[in-house]
Design a protein around this ligand. Structure first.
Ligand SMILES: [Zn+2]
Length: 205
């Protein structure tokens, strides 16, 4: 049986630089009936478990360490006994949310993660966050972009640890190398495609 993707929207808050906002986060689970990986751990362990069911969770994959994406990662780890994977460049953001806990293993550009007979390829895409990553799944014709790329263009870069030019470079180098038809599953809001976003991410001067 091929791998499938389960999706939920989980509501909560995002806090950075002393301001707090209400946010709806996309939760993505990739796997089959036996095993899966969870992409980001927003807000509510029970909501995540509703998408996981009784499957074995092989890993909790963090697109980046903003608190709305990793708030319940340690609690989920306790519940399902799976490691948390994060790019180490997001250590400063992780420590803002979880000063007394660590993630379990580092993500790195080009790394491959196997689940349910399917391979996720890690793309390091800094800019929204220094350790931001996307997970490309060529077999399924999709990529999970976290807050790197949304429907409508690049993620936000107005706060600490973000850099717009770095983000645009990441999108153009890594995501725009994927086929136009690649479905983009984002961290917030609607899906899009790589082709649909090409006009929304201008070349840098
Ligand atoms: Zn973010």
């Amino acid at each position: 049986m091929p791998a499938r993707i389960d999706h939920r929207v989980v509501a909560g808050t995002f806090t950075l630089d002393g301001e707090t906002f209400e946010v709806d986060n996309n939760l993505w689970v990739l796997g089959d009936d036996e095993e899966c990986v969870v992409i980001d751990a927003p807000h509510d362990v029970d909501a995540i478990m509703a998408a996981v069911g009784d499957r074995q969770v092989k890993a909790i994959l963090c697109t980046h360490a903003h608190d709305d994406h990793v708030r319940v990662a340690p609690a989920l780890r306790e519940r399902v006994s799976a490691p948390i994977l994060l790019h180490p460049d997001d250590q400063p953001l992780w420590e803002l949310t979880h000063p007394h806990e660590l993630w379990d293993a580092d993500l790195s550009d080009g790394q491959r993660i196997e689940v349910a007979g399917t391979t996720l390829q890690v793309l390091h895409t800094p800019g929204h966050a220094p350790g931001g990553v996307c997970f490309s799944v060529p077999e399924l014709g999709c990529v999970f972009t976290g807050d790197t790329l949304f429907s409508g263009g690049p993620g936000a870069t107005g706060r600490s640890f973000s850099d717009h030019e770095v983000l645009v470079g990441s999108i153009r180098d890594k995501l725009f190398a994927l086929p136009d038809a690649t479905v983009v599953h984002t961290g917030h809001g609607e899906d899009t495609t790589v082709g649909a976003e090409r006009d929304h991410v201008p070349a840098l001067p």
